[in-house]
Design a protein around this ligand. Structure first.
Ligand code: WQD
Length: 335
């Protein structure tokens, strides 16, 4: 049985990916520093799959601890989620983002080199494209300067992985997510933001739950059908499935080049107001919102051309926005 290390495996996308990996028959070991995750997710995952993943609380910036982990665990493949990911916070604390996101990655790569792990999936983001000139965005779309230090750490991470792959003959897939939404159908795992949510859907669900007075819609004057910005909202369970397909591609040596990139989105753009109304209609609940100024650093529009992932990973998103809004609300009500 292949043993897969999932860093950040107690986080939002990480925990859903651990469930999907276990259901696919992989042995999973998690490293998480619990800076943006809850240790009770280990038991929550086990309650879904009936298999308790082994868990190490390690800060990936601690190279000695990382090396100790690799000495104790023979790892066949790595899915690397562990990173800080709040766009706004990264603007306020760039050095913390560069240190955490890049040193953590470098220590993992040193471990791969020194302990003979050949396969890694990197959690990247559509933010590396900046505001792309044309839609939908495909993997050949030229990268622009990201709007935030968070986005720059993703772009730098991809560049580091290119040189790492070439120098040490390692197999790498970078998965560029669009906007992850939804929760597991069991309502045992989901998005658990610390403090005031940065992302749209947790803010919507907390508003519906009465935790927030109203949702601020950042910008009503964009050049779009209803004046609000467009994104590609992809269900987290579909994202998790793509990670299982991607790690299998590397383990079975089906990759065409040592370094590959895949966009993970639905291929459909939705405005902020379309998402709010989808949530209201799915759950038959009203969401108070007010149109406010645009948020600094936001782009107008981003949605994916996902045909390369369909062709090479045999991956198709299956879960509709409505279904994602239902699971997001069920999860919010359960916490
Ligand atoms: C989506 C839309 C906001 C909150 C970022 C990263 C990406 C990924 C997801 C980590 C935008 C609007 C939001 C609110 C709003 N990172 N919005 N009111 O900025 O597209 O992507 O987060 O997983 O890499 O770049 O996501 O959810 O913050 O915003 O109107 O209270 O919702 O302006 O148009 P974003 P988001």
């Amino acid at each position: 049985m292949n043993k897969i290390l999932v860093t950040g495996g107690l986080g939002y996308i990480g925990s859903h990916t651990v469930v999907a990996l276990q259901n696919a028959g992989y042995e999973v070991v998690i490293i998480d520093d619990l800076s943006n995750a809850n240790v009770d997710f280990v038991d929550r995952i086990a309650s879904i799959t009936n298999v308790k993943p082994s868990f190490y609380e390690i800060d990936l910036k601690n190279q000695e601890k990382v090396n100790q982990f690799f000495r104790e665990n023979k790892i066949d493949g790595i899915i690397h989620f562990a990173a800080h990911k709040a766009v706004g916070e990264s603007v306020e604390k760039p050095l913390m983002y560069y240190r955490n996101n890049l040193v953590g990655l470098l220590n993992i790569l040193d471990g791969m080199k020194d302990f003979n792990t050949d396969n890694i999936i990197f959690s990247s983001s559509c933010t590396v494209y900046g505001q792309a000139d044309k839609m939908p965005i495909d993997e050949n779309t030229s990268l622009k300067k990201p709007e935030s230090p968070y986005g720059k750490t993703k772009q730098m991470g991809e560049e580091i992985l290119e040189d790492f792959s070439n120098a040490f003959n390692k197999k790498v897939i970078c998965l560029r997510y669009f906007n992850p939404v939804g929760a597991h159908s069991s309502s045992k795992i989901g998005e658990l933001p610390n403090g005031i949510p940065n992302n749209l859907i947790p803010y919507v669900t907390q508003t519906a739950a009465g935790i927030r007075e109203y949702l601020s819609v950042f910008g009503g004057d964009y050049p779009t059908k209803d004046g609000t910005a467009i994104r590609d909202y992809i269900d987290v369970n579909d994202l998790a499935d793509a990670h299982v397909l991607a790690i299998a591609r590397l383990l079975e040596n089906k990759n065409k080049t040592k370094l590959e990139f895949f966009n993970l989105g639905t291929g459909t753009g939705s405005t902020v107001l379309e998402v709010v109304h989808a949530f209201e209609n799915a759950n038959n609940i009203k969401v108070n919102y007010q149109i406010k100024e645009r948020r600094l650093g936001d782009i107008v529009e981003a949605y994916a051309n996902n045909s390369l992932a369909a062709q090479e990973l045999n991956w198709q998103p299956k879960i509709s926005l409505t279904e994602s809004m239902l699971t997001a609300w069920e999860w919010q009500k359960s916490i």
